[in-house]
Design a protein around this ligand. Structure first.
Ligand code: ZN
Length: 151
């Protein structure tokens, strides 16, 4: 009769970021419960969101969503006429090929394949660009006669 080992196994993947605090959390990989180092900013439940392969395990923090109204009713995710335009979060892929992907970064995505991975300085610069973009949109709204602002 074969003996099955059920005790948690600790996997020693490198932490996503050397300076990021981590804790050991349970994860379900290919039907097996193991313990993995997980950064404290990660909000994924690695048991309820199992992976088939250890290489597929990623870490992600809470998403900051930018919702937009009414350009694709089929994509209405909240029943309020809005859909996800983009989201940002902290993410890391400890088994990635490049050091940049293994380390924590700011992920910006449209949720449909378009993806940016930024370090902290790049994210600050990107945010500055968004602020300038928002000001230009407000200028366009004023040009249109304030119909799109405060209605
Ligand atoms: Zn995690």
């Amino acid at each position: 009769m074969a003996t099955t080992f059920h005790a948690p196994v600790t996997i020693t993947l490198p932490a996503p970021q050397a300076t990021a605090p981590t804790r050991l959390v349970p994860a379900e990989i290919d039907g097996q419960r193991i313990l993995v180092a997980c950064p404290t900013w990660c909000t994924i439940d690695h048991v309820t969101e199992p992976e088939a392969r250890l290489e597929d395990l990623t870490h992600s923090g809470n998403h900051v969503d930018l919702m937009a109204d009414g350009f694709d009713p089929a994509a209405d995710q909240h029943g309020d006429g809005s859909q996800l335009f983009a989201y940002a979060c902290i993410g890391a892929n400890p088994a990635a090929r490049t050091p940049q992907e293994r380390e924590a970064g700011i992920i910006i995505s449209d949720g449909d394949g378009f993806l940016l991975r930024l370090d902290a300085a790049q994210a600050d610069q990107f945010a500055d660009g968004l602020v300038a973009f928002a000001a230009q949109i407000r200028g366009l709204a004023r040009t249109l006669g304030d119909r799109g602002v405060g209605a």
